[in-house]
Design a protein around this ligand. Sequence first.
Ligand code: IMP
Ligand code: MG
Length: 181
Amino acid sequence: MGMMHEDVEEILFSEEQLRARVAELGAEISRDFEGKNPVFIGVLKGCWVFMADLVRSVTIPCSVEFMAVKSYDGANSTGVVQIQKDLSESIEGRHIIMVEDILDTGRTLNYLTKYLSARQPASITIATLLDKPSRRKAPVEAKYSCFEVPDSFIVGYGLDYNERYRNIPYIGVLKPEIYRD
Ligand code: IMP
Ligand code: MG
């Protein structure tokens, strides 16, 4: 059992819980997308750890792409989505699985799914590690979600606060005094 990071108030999901649940999701996606050769599109940077584990538990042919967006400044959602890195391949006629770290207000994925649907993919499905449904502002639903989380600021397993804590191997709640000033 590793030690808890001093800025973390509580561990929500341990490495073991994450491993088991992500593997379950990978198996479910493999069944649902059999014969469809889906493209996983990760939304950087937060998706990176989750996506690496997820695609390694997917057993059907698939490909991997990344986009980078900026939608967050510290702990406050600005509601403004800026595309910093776009796709390098065509997605026309392809089955898209958008991979996100956390679905919060939904503004990022609402914007991205509209933006990408203009390129005429066969379908767009959302897979998120975490879902904070109580915070939703845009009409977005994740078909695949590993865990629901309460309205606290979450870090670890790829999720950051001002670029820190992404390397924590579990999911935890950040102590409020870290982001309150
Ligand atoms: P949305 O557009 O409000 O759904 O925000 C999505 C993005 O905000 C996520 O991809 C995260 O990068 C970031 N975000 C939202 N909530 C949290 C959190 O609790 N911890 C870390 N990042 C978060
Ligand atoms: Mg972030």
